[in-house]
Design a protein around this ligand. Structure first.
Ligand code: RFL
Ligand code: PHB
Length: 394
């Protein structure tokens, strides 16, 4: 039996940033993570950090590697009709995004925990939450050595992603679920080859969406819209490159650089929100509470925005005896969550090829793309959502 103030389930960006913010505010916490440290440090996921995310990581002192290795981007391309239409993010908003891999942020946060001696238990199993509607909730689990353990706390943060145990611990009648499925998935590859363009390229093509991104001057990250039922084995490297070359082709001879494929996986796409994001002393944050399709590059950024509010709310509740911010936590987060849900749905619908749509639907998409590329107001709307609205402003 261990006592702590906050039990944090999950060591993704949400759980790790929360734990570190609580430490800075003098609130003790323990993080429990199902996977091994090396697994979560290698897991390839997000790449785009909004400006508010970058500022927060810098402010809390974990931004040094991001500053050295992250790549600030001041614009992006919408590619359709075989040509690029640049959205000048910085010119339109005064802000920019930074391309820096999620697993690098995770590595930086774990290193900061190690340096300060903050507890993270990796490789735990059988995690179960108890008494979450009272003042002394508990987390039981089996540790990496196979011993049964229990954590007694004053609050639990469910930061265990979409497939975690936290959300299902809340009685179904207490939650309302909002959901949308899309008839496509993303196949992502990491390739050892320099990026073929200095910025991200979001491509609308009749064969399906494609995205050119990067991780470093030597590593390119690419995504292809595929059928959600496609097994990854149906996509050998030469098929992936051929499809990418066709979708990314332009009228002026753009050539995508190819190279050895280091990683390949298929991720489904969905939109999902539960309301409220709290039940008793259990607070959900990040993918445990909401999912966006990756086209808007919002998931990790939202997870970090949630825990910024949660850290403040837990400090008020547990140190200052003020329950008001904790009571407002869900509403405070949900306004930003729904903005990101809308933006991600909008980017997804505008850029992908829906196998079920008709000629009318395709004309509407092209009209939306042309308008966004040619109207300063429409481009500004895309840009200000993409770079990230201020934490208090969504
Ligand atoms: P995570 O990262 O899923 O972390 C949850 C952690 O909880 C652990 N866990 C458990 N631990 C203990 N007990 C249990 N029972 C547990 N069950 C699970 C898991 O092992 C894991 O370590 O959730 P978090 O922290 O909320 O972070 C969310 C982000 O990971 C996610 O939203 C982003 O990756 C989404 N995303 C993107 N977001 C961006 O902001 N910008 C992007 O450019 C971007 N690109 C992407 C993306 C997601 C993608 N995929 C793979 C869906 C690109 C892709 C392809
Ligand atoms: C990425 O680089 O992984 C990435 C970039 C933009 C997105 C999603 C993912 O919208």
């Amino acid at each position: 039996m261990t006592d702590t103030r906050v039990g944090i389930v999950g060591a993704g960006p949400a759980g790790l940033v929360l734990s570190y913010l609580l430490h800075l505010q003098g609130v003790e916490a323990v993080v429990l993570e199902a996977r091994s440290r090396s697994h979560i440090e290698q897991r390839v996921r997000a790449g785009v950090c909004e400006q508010p995310t970058v500022e927060l990581l810098r402010e809390i002192g974990v931004g040094a590697r991001m500053e050295a290795l992250g790549m600030p981007h001041h614009g992006l391309s919408l590619r359709f009709d075989g040509a690029d239409h640049r959205i000048d993010l910085t010119g339109l908003t005064g802000r920019c995004i930074t391309v820096y891999g999620q697993q690098e942020i995770v590595k930086d946060l774990i290193a900061a925990h190690e340096e300060k001696g903050l507890p993270i238990e990796f490789g735990v199993s059988d995690v179960a939450l108890h008494d979450v509607d009272g003042d002394r909730p508990r987390v039981s689990y089996t540790d990496a050595d196979g011993h049964a353990r229990e954590l007694r706390c004053e609050a639990i943060a469910g930061c265990d992603g979409f497939h975690g145990v936290s959300r299902p611990s809340i009685p179904e009648r207490a939650l309302t679920t909002f959901e949308r499925h899309y008839p496509f998935a993303w196949l992502g590859i990491l390739a050892r080859t320099p990026p073929s363009h200095s910025e991200l390229i979001y491509t609308h093509h009749e064969r399906g969406f494609a995205l050119h991104s990067m991780r470093s001057p030597e590593i390119t990250r690419l995504y292809l819209q595929v059928d959600p039922d496609d097994p990854v084995d149906d996509w050998p490297d030469d098929r992936v490159w051929s499809e990418l070359q066709q979708r990314l082709a332009t009228g002026d001879g753009f050539r995508l650089r190819e190279g050895p494929v280091l990683e390949k996986s298929i991720a489904p796409m969905r939109s999902f929100v539960v309301e409220p994001m709290q039940y008793g002393r259990l607070f959900l944050a990040g993918d445990a509470a909401h999912i966006v399709p990756p086209t808007g590059a919002k998931g990790m950024n939202l997870a970090i925005a949630d825990v910024r509010h949660l850290a403040r709310a837990l400090k008020a509740l547990l140190r200052d005896g003020d329950p008001a911010p904790a009571a407002a936590y869900s509403d405070t987060c949900l306004s930003r969550v729904w903005r990101a849900e809308h933006f991600s749905w909008y980017m997804t619908s505008m850029l992908h090829t829906d196998p079920a749509t008709d000629a009318f639907g395709r004309r509407l998409q092209l009209s939306q793309l042309r308008y966004t590329a040619s109207s300063r107001s429409a481009a500004t709307s895309l840009a200000e959502n993409y770079v990230g609205l201020p934490f208090e402003g969504a």
